[in-house]
Design a protein around this ligand. Sequence first.
Ligand code: 2BA
Length: 109
Amino acid sequence: MKLVVCIVHNRDRGRITDELVKAGFKFTVIGSTGGFLREGNTTFLVGTEEADLPVLKQVIAENCQSREQLVNVAPFDSGAATPFVPTAVKVPVGGAVIFVLNVAEFERF
Ligand code: 2BA
C-alpha cells in the first residue's frame, strides 16, 4: 500500500475532490500553507494500492492547472541602510506536487 501526499492550489481543490470521489479513492483533505508564497494551498492524503497509482496520478494531473503568479520577493540583506524595495518575480503556481510513500502498516479499528 502507498500513501500519496499531494499538494495543489486551493482553486483546484473542489474539482480534484469531486473526481477522486468519483474514481473511488479514499482520502483526507488538509488545509495547508506553502512555505514560499505563504498562501493557503490544499494537501490531499490518499491511501491507495500500488496498482491504482497510475489512475490516481491521471485524476490529479487532469484536474489541476498550472499558472504563473507575480510575487514580491525581499532582496537579500546587504547590510546597508537602504530602503526595502521588493522585487516582483514570476513563479509557476498550481499544478500538483506529489510524494509517494510506502505504508508499513494500515489498520482500521
Ligand atoms: P509554495 O512553497 O508556496 O511554492 C509555490 C511555488 O513557488 C512553487 O510551486 C514554485 O514554483 C515556487 N517556489 C517555491 N520555492 C521557491 C524558491 N525557493 N525560489 C523560487 N521559487 C520558488 P510548486 O513547486 O509547484 O510547489 C507548490 C507547493 O507545493 C509549495 O507551495 C509547497 O507548499 C509544496 N511543495 C513543493 N515542493 C515541496 C517540497 N519539496 N517539500 C514540501 N512541500 C513542497
